[in-house]
Design a protein around this ligand. Structure first.
Ligand SMILES: Cc1cc2nc3c(=O)[nH]c(=O)nc-3n(C[C@H](O)[C@H](O)[C@H](O)COP(=O)(O)O)c2cc1C
Length: 343
């Protein structure tokens, strides 16, 4: 049996395989109210029937002004929570574990007037100048993340992932390139970590499931100012101490810059492996892991514990069944006997 398609336990989280659907915004909220629609039941349900072990529901905003666009999902009120609970229950019925990525876009919120950020620095020439959050507003952001987490807990999610990557609000606090505050939320690495620390420890106190964080481990910046690998290792050590169970390692998104690494399958995996080795914490790797053989190699060589799949699951729902064939995994079982006849 392949590792990719075999079960794994990470703390209290038991997964039937190591394939995780990476969070992907669908911008399918029609009424700009943050509510789940029939699209989300069909979209995520199809991936559950296709045997994805863990589905992480797309970036879901903790505050209305934290949406990338007004078509994003939200968990800032109880009506959203009600529909969300139905979605989680239907995905559980179909056999997948379910996570949600809690997010705030900060200065990258395209429809917020104005967007907010740690400091008044725009993302690029065409984006709005953000308003720098004051101390009370930072507390409100933190409280709203925790309230969204309470709603996710009530909805029975297995995983909460805090979105601290891709240049969104928490990432903006972590980086000296976007955080030029003079108060306790800016300056030293510890101060820049403070918002993520407060959100993590407060969610940890109320959430009994598996708590993940997604980080971007390079900003593709060569000015010498971006967080170094040593800084990221320190942040990950603090995250482990503060109750994070899995670190989901991505890159980029803070600056208006494309990756300047050679782009190939697994190009972000060395960042995940570096954290796994230095911090001794389970890691998920993401980025063009479309080849099942490459994914299996990464797992067999302990470069990462979990494989996140994004775009390939948008174009090939049957990816896991195809992976079973490629890996000669004869123990792989499709969703039911009827689907078996289609193999
Ligand atoms: C349509 C789309 C929406 C995305 N939305 C999110 C998101 O909500 N949160 C996030 O952390 N990453 C998001 N991403 C990034 C993916 O989760 C993933 O990290 C990236 O696509 C690389 O993995 P892949 O090569 O398997 O697609 C999105 C990517 C795509 C293509």
């Amino acid at each position: 049996m392949s590792l990719l398609l075999s079960p794994i336990n990470i703390g209290k989280l038991s997964l039937k395989n190591r394939v995780v659907m990476s969070p992907m915004c669908m911008y399918e909220v029609k009424e700009k109210d943050g509510m789940i629609t029939p699209f989300h039941f069909a979209h995520y349900g199809a991936r559950a029937i296709a045997n994805v072990g863990l589905i992480i529901i797309e970036a879901t905003a903790a505050q209305p002004c934290g949406r990338i666009t007004n078509h994003d999902l939200g968990l800032w009120n109880d009506s959203q929570a009600e529909k969300f609970t139905e979605l989680v229950s239907s995905l559980h019925y179909l056999g997948s574990k379910v996570g949600v990525q809690l997010a705030h876009a900060g200065r990258k919120a395209e429809d917020a007037q104005p967007p907010v950020a740690p400091s008044a620095i725009a993302f690029n020439n065409t984006s709005s100048l953000p308003k720098a959050l004051d101390i009370d507003e930072i507390k409100q952001v933190k409280d709203d993340f925790v309230k969204a987490a309470e709603r996710a807990q009530q909805a029975d999610v297995d995983v909460i992932e805090i979105h601290a990557a891709h240049g969104y609000l928490i990432n903006q606090f972590l980086s000296p390139l976007t955080n030029q505050r003079q108060d306790k939320y800016g300056g030293s690495l510890l101060n820049r970590y403070r918002l993520l620390q407060e959100i993590t420890t407060e969610i940890r106190a109320i959430f009994s499931g598996s708590l993940w964080v997604r980080l971007s481990l390079t900003d593709y910046d060569h000015s010498g100012q971006q967080n170094s690998m040593e800084d990221w290792i320190q942040i990950c050590q603090w995250l482990k101490r503060d109750g994070i169970d899995v670190i989901d390692v991505s890159t980029g998104g803070l600056l208006d810059k494309a990756p300047d690494l050679p782009i190939h399958g697994g190009y972000q995996t060395p960042f995940a492996t570096a954290i796994k080795q230095a911090v001794d914490i389970p890691v998920a790797t993401v980025g063009l892991l479309t080849s099942p053989t490459l994914a299996e190699y990464i797992l067999q060589n302990q470069q990462a514990d979990l494989i996140m799949e994004g775009r390939v699951l948008l174009r090939n729902i049957n990816w896991l069944a195809d992976a079973a064939k490629e890996l000669h995994d004869h123990q792989y079982q499709p969703f039911n006997a009827a689907y078996q006849r289609g193999q």
